[in-house]
Design a protein around this ligand. Structure first.
Ligand code: TMP
Length: 208
């Protein structure tokens, strides 16, 4: 696969969307075909699963299985084909979110998540983004941002303590594979965050 795969992570309220759009334009200017997509979601089936995960109550294992089922469909129908065509895939959240939210936030077994990751993303090689941009935001700042937001979903409605655990989950993933990550302090002015996003993508040789 000779495409470029970038994922974007962070707790709710970290402000990913503007920068994803910025990168879409930056790649398009270079003549690249860009797919901007998200998880859970990105296909009709996965979007249906997203709606269940965000709105219906369920236990942690069901939640983990549904996000991985959505991911499988997304990989098979959208991500792998696009990468095989040499395109750019910008994915708003990927598996690190499962480790952070279901592993960190819900306390679901990290080892089981690792096995599901192998199953769902592995064939001969494990499919992972070449670069994961982690918008690292203190949970207190995120909580203040979310307080003024629209009607919260099942995750956004969680207390700050949940997001502290989610943030700890991201940190654990970061330490396990820090080469893949660009960790960006997301409580800076947006133009400073954007400069770091661009620098991270260029440093990986993805926008040259
Ligand atoms: P979004 O609002 O940033 O699109 O993300 C949807 C929510 O789904 C967000 O609160 C994080 C959560 N989520 C999980 O719990 N596990 C996952 O694997 C993914 C991808 C997202």
């Amino acid at each position: 696969m000779n495409g470029s795969f970038v994922s974007f992570e962070g707790i709710d309220g970290a402000g990913k969307s503007t920068h994803i759009e910025g990168l879409r334009n930056a790649f398009a200017v270079k003549g690249r075909v860009v797919t901007v997509t998200r998880e859970p979601g990105g296909t009709p089936l996965a979007e249906s699963l997203r709606s269940l995960v965000l709105n219906d109550s369920m236990d942690a294992m069901t939640e983990a299985l549904l996000v991985f089922a959505a991911r499988r469909d997304h990989i098979v129908r959208v991500i792998r084909p696009a990468l095989e065509r040499g395109e750019v895939v910008l994915c708003d959240r990927f598996t690190d979110a499962t480790f952070a939210y279901q592993g960190g936030g819900r306390g679901f077994d990290w080892e089981v998540l690792s096995q599901l990751e192998q199953w769902v993303q592995g064939a001969e090689v494990l499919l992972q983004p070449q670069l994961t941009i982690w918008f690292d935001l203190p949970p207190g700042v995120a909580a203040a941002r979310l307080a003024s937001a629209r009607v919260p979903d099942r995750f956004e409605a969680q207390p700050q303590a949940f997001f502290e655990q989610v943030a700890a989950g991201y940190l654990r993933r970061f330490h396990a594979d820090s080469e893949r990550f660009a960790r960006i302090q997301a409580d800076q002015a947006p133009e400073l965050v954007w400069a770091e996003v661009l620098a991270a993508v260029r440093q990986k040789g993805l926008l040259s």
